[in-house]
Design a protein around this ligand. Structure first.
Ligand SMILES: [Zn+2]
Length: 134
Protein backbone atom coordinates (compact mmCIF):
# COMPACT_ATOMS: atom_id res chain seq x y z
CA UNK A 1 0.00 0.00 0.00
CA UNK A 2 1.18 3.47 -0.87
CA UNK A 3 1.93 5.76 1.98
CA UNK A 4 -0.29 8.68 2.78
CA UNK A 5 0.98 12.19 2.22
CA UNK A 6 -0.30 15.43 3.61
CA UNK A 7 -1.51 18.03 1.13
CA UNK A 8 -2.69 21.60 1.55
CA UNK A 9 -4.85 23.88 -0.52
CA UNK A 10 -2.88 26.95 -1.61
CA UNK A 11 -6.07 28.98 -1.70
CA UNK A 12 -7.81 28.29 1.60
CA UNK A 13 -5.18 26.46 3.63
CA UNK A 14 -7.30 23.35 4.14
CA UNK A 15 -5.18 20.23 4.54
CA UNK A 16 -5.90 16.54 4.09
CA UNK A 17 -4.19 13.22 3.55
CA UNK A 18 -4.10 11.31 0.29
CA UNK A 19 -2.31 8.34 -1.17
CA UNK A 20 -2.44 9.50 -4.76
CA UNK A 21 -1.58 13.02 -5.88
CA UNK A 22 -4.43 12.96 -8.39
CA UNK A 23 -6.93 12.74 -5.55
CA UNK A 24 -5.53 15.78 -3.83
CA UNK A 25 -8.13 18.33 -4.83
CA UNK A 26 -9.61 20.83 -2.38
CA UNK A 27 -13.32 20.15 -1.87
CA UNK A 28 -14.11 23.79 -1.28
CA UNK A 29 -11.95 25.50 -3.89
CA UNK A 30 -11.72 22.77 -6.54
CA UNK A 31 -8.02 23.44 -7.03
CA UNK A 32 -5.15 21.00 -6.92
CA UNK A 33 -3.61 20.74 -3.50
CA UNK A 34 0.12 20.80 -2.94
CA UNK A 35 2.05 18.06 -1.26
CA UNK A 36 3.56 18.93 2.08
CA UNK A 37 7.19 18.16 1.77
CA UNK A 38 7.75 16.21 4.97
CA UNK A 39 6.97 12.72 6.16
CA UNK A 40 3.29 12.26 6.89
CA UNK A 41 4.00 11.18 10.44
CA UNK A 42 5.99 14.30 11.24
CA UNK A 43 3.18 16.48 10.01
CA UNK A 44 0.72 14.48 12.10
CA UNK A 45 2.91 15.01 15.15
CA UNK A 46 2.73 18.78 14.90
CA UNK A 47 0.12 20.55 16.96
CA UNK A 48 -2.55 22.73 15.37
CA UNK A 49 -0.61 25.92 15.76
CA UNK A 50 2.53 24.45 14.24
CA UNK A 51 0.53 23.12 11.30
CA UNK A 52 -1.14 26.48 10.82
CA UNK A 53 2.17 28.24 10.83
CA UNK A 54 3.78 25.70 8.53
CA UNK A 55 0.97 25.82 5.99
CA UNK A 56 0.76 29.61 6.17
CA UNK A 57 4.43 29.83 5.26
CA UNK A 58 4.00 27.33 2.40
CA UNK A 59 1.04 29.32 1.03
CA UNK A 60 3.07 32.51 1.11
CA UNK A 61 6.02 30.77 -0.54
CA UNK A 62 3.98 29.23 -3.33
CA UNK A 63 1.80 32.25 -3.96
CA UNK A 64 2.80 34.15 -7.08
CA UNK A 65 1.13 37.23 -5.69
CA UNK A 66 1.90 40.11 -3.41
CA UNK A 67 2.98 38.10 -0.42
CA UNK A 68 5.74 36.30 -2.26
CA UNK A 69 6.97 39.48 -3.84
CA UNK A 70 7.21 40.92 -0.39
CA UNK A 71 8.87 37.90 1.19
CA UNK A 72 11.20 36.76 -1.54
CA UNK A 73 14.13 39.10 -0.96
CA UNK A 74 14.36 38.45 2.73
CA UNK A 75 13.81 34.74 2.85
CA UNK A 76 10.47 35.04 4.63
CA UNK A 77 9.87 34.54 8.35
CA UNK A 78 10.43 38.20 9.01
CA UNK A 79 6.87 38.72 10.06
CA UNK A 80 7.21 42.26 11.33
CA UNK A 81 8.46 43.35 7.95
CA UNK A 82 5.71 41.42 6.21
CA UNK A 83 3.05 43.00 8.40
CA UNK A 84 4.61 46.41 7.89
CA UNK A 85 4.57 46.05 4.13
CA UNK A 86 1.08 44.60 4.03
CA UNK A 87 -0.15 47.48 6.17
CA UNK A 88 1.52 49.92 3.83
CA UNK A 89 -0.04 48.22 0.84
CA UNK A 90 -3.41 48.27 2.57
CA UNK A 91 -3.12 51.99 3.31
CA UNK A 92 -2.18 52.61 -0.30
CA UNK A 93 -5.25 50.70 -1.51
CA UNK A 94 -7.42 52.54 0.97
CA UNK A 95 -6.15 55.90 -0.25
CA UNK A 96 -6.65 54.80 -3.83
CA UNK A 97 -10.17 53.74 -3.00
CA UNK A 98 -10.83 57.05 -1.32
CA UNK A 99 -9.66 59.04 -4.31
CA UNK A 100 -11.79 56.85 -6.59
CA UNK A 101 -14.80 57.63 -4.41
CA UNK A 102 -13.96 61.31 -4.60
CA UNK A 103 -13.77 61.04 -8.37
CA UNK A 104 -17.19 59.41 -8.44
CA UNK A 105 -18.55 62.17 -6.18
CA UNK A 106 -17.04 64.78 -8.42
CA UNK A 107 -18.53 63.11 -11.50
CA UNK A 108 -21.93 63.05 -9.84
CA UNK A 109 -21.71 66.74 -9.05
CA UNK A 110 -20.55 67.54 -12.56
CA UNK A 111 -23.37 65.56 -14.10
CA UNK A 112 -25.95 67.31 -11.93
CA UNK A 113 -24.42 70.64 -12.75
CA UNK A 114 -24.62 69.82 -16.48
CA UNK A 115 -28.23 68.73 -16.15
CA UNK A 116 -29.11 71.91 -14.32
CA UNK A 117 -27.49 74.00 -17.05
CA UNK A 118 -29.34 72.11 -19.74
CA UNK A 119 -32.62 72.76 -17.98
CA UNK A 120 -31.74 76.46 -17.78
CA UNK A 121 -30.94 76.51 -21.49
CA UNK A 122 -34.18 74.72 -22.27
CA UNK A 123 -36.10 77.35 -20.35
CA UNK A 124 -34.25 80.13 -22.17
CA UNK A 125 -34.89 78.57 -25.57
CA UNK A 126 -38.57 78.26 -24.76
CA UNK A 127 -38.71 81.85 -23.64
CA UNK A 128 -37.05 82.96 -26.88
CA UNK A 129 -39.48 80.93 -28.93
CA UNK A 130 -42.43 82.42 -27.10
CA UNK A 131 -41.08 85.91 -27.66
CA UNK A 132 -40.72 85.25 -31.39
CA UNK A 133 -44.29 84.04 -31.61
CA UNK A 134 -45.58 87.19 -29.99
ZN1 LIG B 1 -9.23 25.19 -0.69
Amino acid sequence: MRELSAYFCPRCGHYAYFQLPKNAVCYGCRVNMRRIDMPYQRFMDMDCEERDRYISCRIIETSPSLAQRICAPDKLYDQRRLIGQLTEEYTKLETENQSLNQTVDWMHKTIWEQLRRMKELEVKVREMEQRREM
